[in-house]
Design a protein around this ligand. Structure first.
Ligand SMILES: [Zn+2]
Length: 386
């Protein structure tokens, strides 16, 4: 397979595909070709939903037996912003000073390139077939609304009878150095709106009105006073942040009729979605007294989860130690990812490149990191199929 098995070559080919969500940009076609030539059964599917762009996806599998290890990821990238702000053009995949530059270098075409290279190496060494099954579940819909991507791919696979034992999501999990962090879970994310109702009146006749700002201030203070929990072994404490408080009253002599505040909660597994909502509503009611108020909750598809430390996380951590000499931290910090969907189908961990330049101008990855991550994935494959 020559050059095509080199993670740098694959990463460069992928970066040159301008796959800003929802565009496929040639990235999935490229992977499909590479994997098909290595003996994978490759499926390409387009998922649709009213009001969102159609999105192309890919599922590829080799082997029919267990255990079944899945590599998951996305080939879509966030827009480059102002091209001229980049020292190295965002889709040119230039290498300079030991760094590969381009949109998606770390998030996450680089990670996918390493996984593909590692799997192709593994298959070549194993005579073309794994001892169990290896699959790639790759979407073009992660960076935007994520409704025509991984969630539907997994549903499609389940309907075909596909069963997965474990998944590695190649998102950039490391904070500063390759090998420093495995993500074993994610906090949940929940948005809500607090609405306080008063009664309009002329400011000169306040007894005729009821200023909702007074009640809003009390409830805001009540909801911000106490932590939601103290965290636990796997998670930092949950946190509620108000993101905006709005009255929108342009009139200087009018007591407004209503005030609204938006907030987001990043929550850990001390709570369920239901218990968390109940807790917030209880605290708001206690602070409100007689103030008329309501909380409207947005629908959430980002529930908290954790892959309990055990044999699989130990296997991944052991491979990282063996290759890098670093003992990775098990983390649940940061924003959500597609792991929130995968966790309903199998155990999932996230381990990829170093995330520092993701979504930034001149996103880049050390070429040496591509080699090291490929070596880690190879070691994982060897141990998994030992
Ligand atoms: Zn990503």
């Amino acid at each position: 397979m020559g050059n095509s098995i080199d993670p740098l070559a694959i990463a460069r080919d992928l970066i040159r595909c301008p796959s800003v969500t929802p565009a496929e940009g040639g990235a999935l076609a490229y992977l499909a070709d590479l994997l098909r030539r290595a003996g994978f059964a490759v499926h390409r599917m387009t998922f649709t939903q009213a009001g969102t762009p159609d999105i192309e996806n890919l599922y590829a599998r080799i082997g029919g037996a267990g255990p079944h290890l899945m590599f998951a990821g996305h080939t879509d990238v966030v827009p480059p912003g102002n091209d001229t702000a980049w020292q190295h053009p965002p889709f040119a995949a230039e290498v300079a000073g030991g760094m590969l530059y381009g949109r998606g270098a770390v998030d996450m075409k680089g990670g996918i390139a390493c996984a593909v290279a590692a799997v192709l190496h593994h298959l070549a060494a194993a005579g073309g077939k794994p001892k169990g099954s290896i699959s790639f579940l790759i979407t073009g819909d992660e960076e935007s609304v994520a409704v025509n991507g991984t969630i539907k791919l997994l549903q499609w696979a389940a309907e075909r009878g596909e069963r997965f034992d474990h998944c590695i999501l190649a998102e950039p999990s490391n904070v500063e150095t390759l090998g420093d962090t495995i993500k074993i879970g994610r906090r949940g994310s929940l948005n809500g709106t607090l609405i306080v109702t008063g009664r309009q009146a002329h400011v000169a006749y306040p007894h005729r009105g009821e200023n909702p700002i007074r009640g809003m201030v009390r409830i805001l203070a009540g909801l911000m006073a106490e932590p939601l929990d103290a965290g636990n072994a796997n998670f930092q404490p949950s946190n509620l942040e108000f993101t905006t408080v709005d009255v929108g009253n342009p009139t200087v002599n009018l007591i407004p009729g209503e005030a609204r505040a938006r907030f987001n909660i990043r929550y850990n597994d001390c709570h369920t979605l239901a218990s968390l909502k109940a807790l917030i509503e209880r605290r708001a009611a206690a602070a409100a007294g007689a103030v008329r108020h309501a909380i409207e909750w947005d629908a959430s598809n980002a529930d908290v989860f954790v892959t309990a430390p055990g044999p699989f996380t130990d296997l991944v951590a052991g491979a990282i130690v063996a290759v890098t000499g670093r003992q990775p931290e098990f983390s649940t910090s940061g924003g959500t990812s597609d792991a929130r969907f995968i966790k309903d189908h199998c155990e999932v961990v996230e381990f990829g490149l170093v995330g520092q330049t993701m979504h930034q101008v001149d996103e880049h990855v050390a070429v040496a990191d591509l080699e090291t991550l490929t070596a880690v994935y190879r070691r994982i494959l060897e141990r998994y199929f030992a």
